[in-house]
Write a protein that binds this ligand. Structure first.
Ligand SMILES: [Cu+2]
Length: 467
C-alpha cells in the first residue's frame, strides 16, 4: 500500500513540476517573438483585454496566445547584444532578443503556461520571483526541477493567484546568469480595482540592474561582488534611458524591481509619492505615507504612485550619486585644489592628448570632450536645454505636460519655463552681503591652545630622476 501511495504521490507531483517538452510537441509551441529595438515600446493590449497595460522603460511586453483557456508564452534564453546608450553596447545574455527579457502581463486568476527554450551555452532555469505557485514550478535548479540543458525546452504552468508586481530570473548558475543580464518583469493585473489597487492613467515599470564592464570591452565580468561600474535601468544608462512622459494630472504608477547587488534610493523631483505595493502585494491604504525617495533593497520591488500635477521636466534618479555616473569616473583620483599649471605642459610633450581633470571638481569631465576608448559611455553627460546635465547611469526625466494626449507616450521635448519662473543670474552690483558679527552663544566657548601653525609637506618617493 505504501509503495502504491508513494507511486501515486510521485505521479501527482511530476504533473505540477516544470517538465521538458518532447521534440514531438515542439512544433506546436507558441511562435517565438523577439525584439531588438531599444526604444520604449507602446502599451501592449491583446484583444479582449480590459486592464490598463504597463509600459516598460526601454522595453516591451511579450505577446501571448490563448490555448484552451490557458495563456501561453514562449521565452527563449539566449546571448544578446544590448545597446546601453548610443556608442556603448554590451554582449549580454537575455530573453527573446534583449536584456532584460520582455515584460509578462497577465490578469489575476489566469492560468499561465510558459515555455522556456534554452539557447545558452550552459543550463538554466526560470524562477518566478514572488509568485504563489506549485513548488515544482518555482524554478530552483536541483531543488524543484532538473536544469534546462542547452537546446531543451521546459514548460512551466501555474495560476497567477495574486495581483502585483513580480520579476523572473534564472536559479541556475545565478552569479553568472544575472551578471550577464538575465531577468525580466512580470505584472499581474487585478481582476478588479479596489481601495488598495486603484486605477491609474499611466503604469510604468523597469528593473534596476548593474554590470561590471571595463571601458573598451563588451562582456561583463561575472565574478564582481560589489564593485560594479555600469548602473542601469533595464540595461540602459542615461542618456540612453527614455523619459517617462505623462499628461498633467495623470495618476501615475511606477513599478521598480531591484536585481543588482546593492540598494537604490530612488528619488523623484517635484512631487510626493506613496509606496502602494511591495513584492508581497498592495500596501494597505492606511499604512501609506508621502515620500520623495524610496529605498529599494536587493531582490525587492517597490510600486510608487502619485498625481503628476506639476508641469515640467522633473529629474527621477537613484540618489546614490555614483549610480548616476558611467564607467569612466570610478578610478579617478581626487585632484580638487591641486594646481596643475606647468605640469600639464610638460606631460603633453610626452603624451600629446593629455588632459588635466578634476582640478576644480569633476564638472570638467562632462564639459570636455574627453577621448574615450571605443565602446564605453562618457562618465556623466546628457545635454539638456541649458547645458550638460552631468549625469549618467540611473537617471531619467518625468515629463509632465498639459498638452500631452491621453495615452500618448511620445516625448514632448524640453519644457518651456514660463516667464519669471526659472533660476537666473543676478547682477553682483545689486548684492549687499550682510554678515553678522555676533559670535553666537557663549555657553560653551571652546578652549583653544596656542599652537604654531603647521605646514605639511608631502614628498613622493623618488623613482629615479627624469630630466
Ligand atoms: Cu543606485
Amino acid at each position: 500500500m505504501d509503495n502504491q501511495r508513494r507511486k501515486f504521490l510521485s505521479i501527482a507531483s511530476t504533473s505540477v513540476a516544470a517538465t521538458v517538452v518532447s521534440k514531438h510537441a515542439l512544433a506546436g509551441l507558441p511562435e517565438v517573438v523577439t525584439q531588438t529595438d531599444t526604444d520604449t515600446q507602446g502599451p501592449y493590449l491583446a484583444e479582449g483585454a480590459t486592464y490598463n497595460p504597463v509600459v516598460t522603460l526601454n522595453g516591451w511586453t511579450l505577446p501571448w496566445r490563448m490555448n484552451n483557456g490557458v495563456k501561453e508564452f514562449h521565452l527563449v534564453a539566449e546571448p544578446v547584444v544590448r545597446e546601453f546608450t548610443p556608442g556603448f553596447k554590451g554582449h549580454l545574455w537575455g530573453y527573446n532578443g534583449q536584456s532584460p527579457g520582455p515584460t509578462i502581463e497577465v490578469v489575476e486568476g489566469d492560468r499561465v503556461r510558459l515555455f522556456v527554450t534554452n539557447r545558452l551555452p550552459e543550463h538554466t532555469s526560470v524562477h518566478w520571483h514572488g509568485q504563489r505557485l506549485p513548488n515544482g514550478m518555482d524554478g530552483v535548479t536541483g531543488l524543484n526541477q532538473k536544469a534546462i540543458k542547452p537546446g531543451q525546452t521546459f514548460q512551466y504552468e501555474f495560476v497567477a493567484r495574486r495581483p502585483g508586481t513580480f520579476m523572473y530570473h534564472p536559479h541556475a548558475d545565478e552569479m553568472t546568469q544575472m551578471a550577464m543580464g538575465m531577468m525580466g518583469f512580470w505584472v499581474t493585473h487585478p481582476k478588479r480595482t479596489s481601495d488598495s489597487i486603484r486605477e491609474v492613467d499611466r503604469d510604468f515599470c523597469f528593473l534596476l540592474n548593474s554590470y561590471d564592464i571595463e571601458p573598451g570591452s563588451y562582456t561583463p565580468k561575472i565574478m564582481t561582488m560589489t564593485d560594479f561600474n555600469i548602473w542601469t535601468w533595464n540595461s540602459r544608462v542615461f542618456p540612453g534611458i527614455d523619459s517617462l512622459n505623462v499628461r498633467l494630472n495623470d495618476r501615475v504608477r511606477i513599478r521598480i524591481g531591484n536585481l543588482t547587488m546593492t540598494n537604490h534610493p530612488i528619488h523623484l523631483h517635484g512631487h510626493e509619492f506613496e509606496v502602494t505595493g511591495t513584492d508581497g502585494g498592495p500596501t494597505p491604504p492606511g499604512s501609506r505615507w508621502p515620500e520623495v525617495t524610496t529605498d529599494i533593497a536587493v531582490g525587492q520591488m517597490r510600486q510608487i504612485e502619485f498625481v503628476a500635477n506639476e508641469e515640467g521636466d522633473w529629474a527621477f534618479h537613484c540618489h546614490k550619486s555614483h549610480h548616476t555616473m558611467n564607467a569612466m569616473g570610478h578610478d579617478v583620483p581626487t585632484l580638487i585644489g591641486v594646481d596643475h599649471r606647468g605640469i600639464a605642459e610638460q606631460i603633453s610633450d610626452l603624451i600629446p592628448d593629455y588632459m588635466v581633470m578634476g582640478e576644480r571638481g569633476m564638472a570638467d569631465m562632462a564639459e570636455m570632450e574627453m577621448p574615450l576608448p571605443e565602446n564605453t559611455a562618457p562618465m556623466m553627460t546628457g545635454q539638456g536645454p541649458y547645458g550638460s546635465v552631468e549625469m549618467g547611469g540611473m537617471f531619467s526625466v518625468l515629463k509632465v505636460r498639459s498638452d500631452q494626449g491621453a495615452g500618448d507616450y511620445s516625448n514632448p521635448g524640453w519644457f518651456q519655463q514660463p516667464e519669471g519662473t526659472q533660476a537666473s543670474p543676478v547682477d553682483s552690483d545689486d548684492l549687499a552681503f550682510i554678515r553678522s558679527d555676533d559670535p553666537g552663544g557663549s555657553l560653551m566657548n571652546a578652549t583653544k591652545k596656542e599652537v604654531d601653525s603647521i605646514e605639511v609637506r608631502i614628498k613622493k618617493p623618488n623613482h629615479g630622476k627624469h630630466s
